[in-house]
Design a protein around this ligand. Structure first.
Ligand code: ATP
Ligand code: MG
Length: 455
């Protein structure tokens, strides 16, 4: 025996999913598929088509669009490539200087969101030449190195949509929100609340931000460390604070609604009227700012029941300058991203479990002659849409029926050599144990009249 072969440390390591990532398993995956199918259907009725995007992009794409000062870009991205030591610097947040100085080779990052990619694709494929606006949706995993907790993961999934090009008509903002509400209603999501706000544009927002900064500086020593830092980096984000001790202070801060320029004020008022025309119920929330830099004017967030403090299931807003910022021509834009993990959690909390996915038919075959018939029966039933389990090896009758039960099968089709030679097949309904003997065509006909549970 070779030395150490029995040592404990030689036991193969048992791997676990990386912190902040998780496996989605059946039967839950059926719920995920249902949600995604509903998105495909509802979004199509509003004229959206799917875009599939790469999982990683140039780091610079995210730095430019989301903003280098945001939490997402400054500390949450999975970045690699370039020289190893530079990658490490970026990962550890010791990134100083421009990306070009740090890493002459291009750095790439796992996408923390997909709006930047959609805009990049819009420019890259000359979509401005298509009939405007272009309406696209996507779904897939996003990556952010955040502290994992309920409803917050490092690999999470978003379903999002973007409208690029065309006018910035408030009806577009209202319709995209209407689509979201339709989607959530179709899913039966509980406790849905829509918050909206306008955060102004490049004419009025900078002045408001300066005013806010000045007011925040006056109360700086009453604020927590995060907010103190944000006075410099991103004062709007202070409004987002959930810190109990800061709430009374924030209530007294100047509100953007009082500082919108005429165009933004009109735009916002029309968005609200357009929502009312569509019967969409909203709540105005002057403290609603988005975490990503590119938003302007309309912003919105949707919360749902059963999620604790991670209760935002969707965030979105208008981002008219983004395509231009990424090297395209001036283009209007608005979109949203739904956190699919949280959406599913909320559905589960309100009792919308995945439908049980039992088999329809378990074929209990015995004997070689019966096996050939069983293969044929399985093929016929599957072609009709039934979920069929055909055991790959010979089994005793009792064991076969036990297995059929465990798989939640509705019927056991019993095929022994007798059945085959008599031409009469036995069908057992597992719920009540009743049995019937039928000819092959009658039995297949009988089953075809039943609705497959798997559909
Ligand atoms: P939050 O304030 O909850 O961190 P956010 O403002 O960072 O959200 P967005 O970047 O607007 O979120 O993304 C849209 C949606 O994606 C969120 O409303 C949320 O449902 C979901 N989401 C964002 N980050 C995560 C994460 N780490 N895990 C799971 N879902 C997430
Ligand atoms: Mg976040």
């Amino acid at each position: 025996m070779s030395e150490g072969a029995t040592k404990k440390e030689d036991k193969p390591r048992k791997f676990q999913a990386i912190r902040g990532t998780r496996d989605l398993l059946p039967p839950e995956t059926a719920l995920w598929n249902g949600v995604e199918q509903t998105a495909h259907e509802v979004f199509a009725t509003f004229g959206f088509a799917e875009i599939r995007l790469p999982i990683f992009e140039s780091t610079d794409l995210f730095a430019r669009s989301i903003g280098a000062e945001t939490d997402v870009v400054s500390k949450e991205m999975y970045t690699f490539g370039g020289f190893a030591e530079f990658s490490a610097k970026v990962r550890e947040g010791r990134m100083v200087g421009t990306l070009e100085e740090i890493a002459p080779e291009e750095m790439i990052s796992l996408r923390p969101e997909a709006t930047a990619s959609v805009c990049r694709a819009y420019i890259e494929h000359g979509m401005h030449a298509l009939p405007q606006p272009v309406k696209l949706y996507y779904m897939g995993p996003m990556f952010r190195r955040e502290r994992p907790q309920k409803g917050r993961y490092r690999q999470f999934y978003q379903i999002g949509a973007e409208i690029l090009g065309g006018p910035d008509a408030p009806a577009i903002d209202a319709e995209v929100i209407e689509m979201l509400m339709t989607f959530f209603e179709r899913l039966g999501l509980q406790g849905v609340r829509l918050d909206i706000n306008s955060i102004g544009d490049k004419n009025c927002r900078p002045k408001y931000v300066e005013l806010l900064r000045a007011e925040l500086l006056k109360v700086k020593n009453k604020l927590g460390a995060d907010s103190q830092r944000r006075i410099e980096t991103n004062p709007l984000r202070v409004l987002d604070s959930k810190l109990e001790s800061e709430q009374a202070i924030i209530e007294k801060l100047p509100r953007i609604a009082d500082h919108l320029c005429q165009d933004c004020a009109t735009h916002y008022a029309t968005v609200k009227r357009q929502l009312e025309l569509r019967g969409v119920v909203y709540r105005e929330n002057w403290r609603l700012v988005r975490g990503l830099d590119y938003y302007m004017r309309t912003t919105f967030e949707i919360t749902a029941a059963g999620l604790g403090s991670q209760n935002a299931v969707c965030g979105g807003g208008r981002y008219d300058g983004l395509v231009e910022l990424l090297g395209g021509s001036p283009t209007k834009g608005i979109g949203f991203a739904i956190g699919e993990d949280r959406l599913i959690l909320s559905l589960q909390e309100s009792g919308k479990a995945a439908p049980l996915q039992g088999r329809d038919v378990y074929i209990a075959w015995m004997g070689e002659k019966a096996y050939a018939t069983a293969i044929r029966a399985a093929k016929d039933l599957r072609a009709t849409g039934f979920s069929v389990e055909l055991p790959p090896i010979k089994q005793k009758f009792g064991k076969a029926l036990g297995q059929a039960d465990r798989l939640g099968a509705r019927y056991a089709l019993i095929l022994g050599d007798n059945e085959v030679s008599e031409g009469l097949w036995t069908l057992k309904t597992l719920a009540d144990g009743s049995q019937q003997k039928l000819t092959e065509p009658d039995l297949l006909e009988f089953l075809r009249e039943q609705k497959p549970v798997s559909s």
